[in-house]
Design a protein around this ligand. Structure first.
Ligand code: NAD
Length: 247
């Protein structure tokens, strides 16, 4: 049996850590050619970790020029794009009531999570239109559906990802481009580094399955949506949260 992403060219943003890094590992095992983007120079370390075709690039997804240059570089190397994992994101200011939420902190979260995701999506669609189709996997969050006290910027930004997914899916369905989102509950990534073990244990206790999710579990959902196995699925939000949203 062939590999699930054999020869497919894939851009992953936020690739240096957490879900993005796990996607790099899972996708490359399935034969994808990866162009990994992250604001952190640590993205280069991926080269030591994986065996396969991988290029890394440092760029800030909220910076139009840097994103355009990154996509130009990917085009020079591979000449096409089949898959985008639009995954870079930040939590930003938390534990702050909405009426006291600092506007600069709000703008920063929106710059990365919404503007960044939009710019990256625009560039990817341009390449996919030339490549004759493709699959986009946006990383949303269950925060796109349920409010969390004190995190207004993050929650509202992830709500935007829900409609960005549907909007793009509808606009490009006839061009053979599918757009879906993955929407994780709380998972064990460096995004949680600021939380104490006690806080992580509390978060895990809230999940019906009894533990936090692991990056590899989220990456495997992204893999399915990126691959042709999900050829009839577009415009949908795929929740992966250990059963949390059943409550
Ligand atoms: N971990 C969770 O519990 C959880 C739950 C739901 C959704 N998410 C979402 O998953 C995505 C990945 O998060 P993660 O948990 O793997 O976090 P992470 O912090 O481990 O990884 C995020 C990566 O994005 C990069 N990044 C941040 N800002 C960037 C920018 N401006 N340009 C380019 N790269 C940038 C970081 O350097 C980092 O490598 C985010 O969109 C996050 O909101 C995470």
């Amino acid at each position: 049996m062939g590999k699930r992403l054999d020869g497919k060219v894939c851009i992953i943003t936020g690739a240096a850590s957490g879900f993005g890094k796990a996607m790099v590992h899972e996708f490359i095992k399935e034969g994808a050619k990866i162009f990994a983007i992250d604001i952190s120079k640590k993205v280069q370390d991926l080269k030591k970790e994986v065996d396969g075709e991988l290029h890394t690039y440092s760029a800030d997804v909220s910076n139009l020029i840097q994103v355009a240059e990154a996509f130009k570089k990917c085009n020079e190397i591979y000449g096409r794009l089949d898959i985008l994992c639009n995954n870079a994101g930040i939590t930003g200011l938390v534990e702050t009531p909405l009426h006291e939420f600092n506007l600069e902190a709000w703008d920063k979260v929106f710059a990365v999570n919404v503007r960044g995701a939009f710019i990256v999506l625009q560039e990817a669609i341009k390449m996919m239109l030339k490549s004759g189709g493709g699959s986009v996997v946006n990383t949303g969050s269950i925060g796109g559906y349920r409010a969390t006290p004190g995190s207004s910027a993050y929650i509202v930004s992830k709500g935007a990802m829900v409609m960005l997914t549907k909007q793009a899916a509808l606009e490009y369905v006839k061009d053979g481009i599918r757009v879906n989102s993955i929407n994780p509950g709380t998972c064990n990534t460096p995004l949680l580094d600021d939380f104490s073990q006690e806080a992580k244990d509390f978060l895990a206790s809230q999940v019906p399955i009894g533990r936090l999710g692991e990056p590899v579990e989220v990456a495997k959902l992204a893999l399915f949506l990126a691959s042709d196995e999900s050829s009839y699925i577009s415009g949908q939000d795929h929740i992966i949260d250990g059963g949390r949203s059943t409550e």
